[in-house]
Design a protein around this ligand. Sequence first.
Ligand SMILES: Nc1ncnc2c1ncn2[C@@H]1O[C@H](COP(=O)(O)OP(=O)(O)OP(=O)(O)O)[C@@H](O)[C@H]1O
Length: 259
Amino acid sequence: MPSLKDEWKEHLLEVDGDGHDHPKMEVRNLRRVSDAGVPILKGISLEIPKGVIVGVIGPSGSGKSTLLRALNRLWEPPSSSVFLDSQDITHLDVLSLRRKVGMLFQLPALFEGTVADNVRYGPHLAGKKLTDDEVSKLLMLADLDGSFLHKSASELSVGQAQRVALARTLANSPEVLLLDEPTSALDPISTENIEAALVKLNKNSGMTMIMVSHSIKQIQRIAHMVCLLVDGEIVEVLEPQQLSQANHPMARRFLELTN
Ligand SMILES: Nc1ncnc2c1ncn2[C@@H]1O[C@H](COP(=O)(O)OP(=O)(O)OP(=O)(O)O)[C@@H](O)[C@H]1O
C-alpha cells in the first residue's frame, strides 16, 4: 500500500487511546463502477497522514474527483473502504462527517445575501450564531479583510467569492479539507491568495488537505506528497520534487505534457 516515508509517519500519525498510530484518513481497496458497468475506481488504497497536504493529479477522467467525493460521502462508498480516524465513514452521521471533512469546489456557489450570511450558514445550522468578530477572523484565515463582512455576495469577483467559500467551509472547523481544483477558475493573483491561505492554515492549525489539481507547479508549491491517478488506479505516490522520476508510462507522458 502506498504510504509516506517512515520518518514522516513518526511525526504525522496520531496515536489513539490504545497507543496505536493511525492515519487521519485511510482508503482501502475503494472501487466504483458506473451504472453502465465501467470501472471508475479500481481498488484505491491510500493512507493520508494527519497534517499533510496531499496533491492528487492525473489525466482527465482518471477518477480524481470521484476519489475526492467519496471522502465526505458525496457518493456513498462501500462500507469499510474509507476511514476517518480509524472509523468507517459510512457509520458516521453524514452531516457531522461533512463538518469534519469540508470541501471547496472549483467554482464558489455563494447564497444570496451578505458575505457574513454565507460564513454564518454552517454554524447557524448547528444552532450557533457567529459574532461579527468571529466572522472577520474566519475571513482573515481566507485572506480577506473585515471590510468584506457586509458586502453582498453577488458583487464579488470569482477570486473573492472563492475565498468567502473557503471561510464558509472553515466556519465548520473542519479537520480535513477536500479541494477540487479550487483555483482552476481563478487568475494568477487570486490563485496565489488561495494557495497562501491554504499553506498558512496547514502550518498554523495542522489541517489535513487533499487537493485535486491540474497544475503540477501548484502541487509542487504546496503539497507534501502527490498521488498520481491513472485510469482509476493510484500508480505512484511521490514527494513533489520526485515527480520527474515517476515510472509509470502513462504518468510519465502526462507529466511531460502538463506543467
Ligand atoms: N456518476 C457517474 N456516473 C457515471 N460515470 C461517472 C460518474 N462520475 C464520474 N463518472 C466517470 O468516471 C470517470 C472519472 O471521472 P472523474 O470526474 O472522477 O475524473 P477526473 O479525473 O476528476 O476528471 P477531470 O480531470 O476531467 O475533472 C469519467 O470517465 C467520468 O465520466
